[in-house]
Design a protein around this ligand. Sequence first.
Ligand SMILES: [Zn+2]
Length: 398
Amino acid sequence: MKFRSYLSYEEVEDWIENYINTHKEISHAEIIGHSDEGRAIRAIHVTARDLPLDEKEVALIIIGRHGDELGTRVIGPALLEWLSLKEAEETRNRQHVIVVPVANPDGCVREVFGLPAYRLSGLETRSLLPLGERYIPDVVMDVHSVGKEKRGLNWGGLEAVIIDQNAHAGEDQFILREMAREMLHAAATAGYPFLLHTTEHYRNLRKKAAAISECAFNNHVNGALYAMCHALDFGMEVNHFVLTPSDTAQSGLAVIRSMLERGNRTAPWEHYPGYPNRILSGDFLAWIGPRGRNASQRRTSRKEIWSKRAFFETPFTPYRAMLDDHHVRVTVRYSGDEEITSGITMSVRIRGRPRIKDITLNDEKADYYAKCDECSTYVFVDLETVAKDDVLELVARF
Ligand SMILES: [Zn+2]
């Protein structure tokens, strides 16, 4: 898709209107709130509408929170256009992609940053967070763009993928970096040298150069969505100073496509396909995660467990002990007053592909399912509920 210039607010809106009218079989628009000046903020939902949403992953792409970041204005149309192509068919079949092309319309019209740098704005709180509550995204991409200068700092032609240093549960840092590595590789293959940044990087930069870099990347919406439902969060900076509008669109699209592609696959440690966001506590050797037969049930379970995660015994939940060469025990302790009604799944990883003799849960035989990667076997046990002061002891004999 070619762009001769960065679009104005009206041009983006007209483009989207036309898109929805010509792609009714895969898209619809939802008004998720209004700006202070009364402009509608729209989310565009793209998915194969003849396939059930319950089976699909949810990807949320937020664009244009900062109104002076011209590069963001071509990303929404470029992404929506790509999502309508034959090559995006698997993504449409497996995922419900939600695109907010202009998250801050007043800022876009006035061409100003337009949001507070150090906290969530009222605008974001009343539009983007309820959107997250309704759909419980599995993954979030927050799209930004740098120009010649941003608050006095010349960014040297930077384009970057940003991961959240505050994401600390389970294997989150490993998983975010692994996904970011794929995004950087995809961008490089398309001809765009992206860097990987963490918010920690900007924090240090701020410390060192507070005068010129007061409010570098801010991830308040990402942080809130991570806290709400353990969505995997990424940010991105494209660059509208060094790239043409078409190149800006292509560079951003390369990164987003890589992210979406991940949602069509199954991670080695996961039984179900989709984004690898289900290790809520523990590590690759033993972890707890959501339970559910379809993606929608697993999302509900994920959000519930995540909201009660403080009541699992720390720092080891679960605690994995090797009893001998042929026995491994995994212990989970839960102390929350409120039951976990949507259940949990316990997973334990065993080296090699041994024959499993039995799996017991608190000394009773338990149903389980398993999968293998190249060097190990993962055993999963679903628990319907978890109540206060439950101690769950899973023993695998092999
Ligand atoms: Zn920005």
